[in-house]
Design a protein around this ligand. Structure first.
Ligand SMILES: [Zn+2]
Length: 398
């Protein structure tokens, strides 16, 4: 099992690398790898007849078709599903047409289970080839995989992970949506190769964050971590839903930005969006990206507040990269330069010098992808793939 775990983590290794990495002798590794190749879990690039097979220096990789993991991202008005293969690549992604009502109830568990069954059946995956399910949930997720919504924060957290695991008969991993996006960006997007990174997401129901230090994503023993949205940026500001006053979330909220924009419009500030039928946070960000005066004015306090909130986090964690997710990406370089300038001014010189601020790169299904990848890593660690036999894998390949 250890061999599979290190191979999954390092993507490709030789038998000698593996022996060194897990501290066992080469003969044992050669024996274990032979069994894994036989079971189609590992591909050895030593199939050349003329060469000696099983050489310590030949490269080994995980067989991408050794099994699959389903990922879901579930919010108030959407449910996105992906299937990733055994090395984490997305092989299917889609919006689920009728997501269950966003509430902590057994009906929700049923709705999520139905989504998992539908996506696997529709795309022809054998149920036995699915090694786990990862779910990115909006609002509050604790380390026991229990979930609470902001609509009813005082309710006892709902044990969605355990219920779903029992319903599906599969290993289930539940993650906070911001951390799932952060994980995906770190593995495949704007944060690839960045050991120390802050991901920040500005969504319609709050600000979320995920923090990597030395390639490890931070998580506290309760699950609460990376709450950049509740860093106070204005002591005299508005009351936040967390009970404090002037949190970043009270300034950088899409609703508030739309209100600010409307106020500038009423004052007669020039804007290309005047009289627009569908004014939204996204349309304001796009207009700002094109240099619209009222839109830029509405986003200005957001850039300042984000710089104020991020600076202490950069100083505390030593981050070298800040990745900004969500619709703000539409505001483009104009917004990014304002945020960068404000942030650099506020962090210690040694960090400011190397700091890079950029937008997230991955598509909308990144949250489901991130959760699927976290579940995939856990599935390798737990030995979920060892139940595979070669006939199952062949039957499961889409
Ligand atoms: Zn707050």
């Amino acid at each position: 099992m250890q061999v599979l775990e290190v191979l999954h983590r390092n993507r490709q290794m030789t038998r000698s690398d593996i022996a060194r990495c897990i501290g066992v002798n080469l003969t044992s590794v050669v024996r274990v790898v032979a069994g894994l190749v036989e079971r189609n879990l590992v591909v050895a690039n030593d199939r050349d007849e003329k060469r000696q097979r099983g050489r310590p220096s030949d490269l080994l990789t995980i067989n991408p078709q050794a099994g699959y993991v389903v990922g879901l991202e579930y919010g108030r008005d959407h449910l996105i599903g992906v299937v990733v293969n055994a090395v984490g690549d997305v092989v299917v992604h889609e919006q689920v047409a009728r997501p269950p009502a966003f509430e902590t109830s057994p009906a929700t568990t049923e709705g999520l289970a139905a989504a998992v069954f539908d996506i696997t059946e529709k795309h022809g995956f054998d149920a036995r080839s699915i090694k786990g399910v990862g779910i990115a949930l909006h609002d509050v997720v604790d380390v026991h995989g229990a979930w609470a919504t902001q609509d009813d924060p005082s309710a006892t957290p709902f044990p969605v992970r355990d219920q779903l695991s029992a319903r599906l008969g599969k290993f289930v991993f539940v993650e906070d949506v911001s951390r799932a996006f952060a994980f995906a960006e770190h593995e495949y997007g704007a944060g690839v190769g960045c050991s120390d990174m802050i991901y920040m997401f500005l969504g319609s129901h709050g600000v979320g964050g995920g923090i990597f230090v030395n390639d490890r994503m931070l998580i506290s023993s309760t699950g609460l971590c990376g709450e950049i949205g509740h860093v106070i940026v204005d002591e005299a500001g508005e009351l936040c839903q967390c009970g404090s006053r002037g949190c970043l979330e009270t300034v950088a909220s899409p609703e508030r930005i739309v209100k600010q924009f409307e106020a500038y419009e009423r004052q007669g500030v020039a804007t290309s969006l005047r009289g627009a039928a569908r004014l939204s946070f996204a349309s304001i960000c796009s207009a700002a990206g094109a240099g619209d005066k009222a839109a830029l004015l509405a986003l200005h306090p957001v850039a300042t507040a984000m710089a104020r909130a991020l600076a202490p986090v950069v100083n505390v964690t030593g981050a070298r990269v800040v990745v900004i997710g969500g619709r703000l990406r539409l505001a483009g370089d104009i917004f990014l330069s304002e945020l960068s300038a404000g942030l650099r001014r506020r962090v210690i010189a040694g960090l400011a010098k190397h700091l890079s601020i950029r937008f997230a790169q991955l598509p909308e299904h990144a949250g489901a992808w991130g959760a699927a990848n976290q579940a995939l890593s856990a599935a390798w660690e737990r030995g979920e793939f060892l139940t595979s036999v070669s006939t199952e894998i062949d039957a499961a390949a889409p």
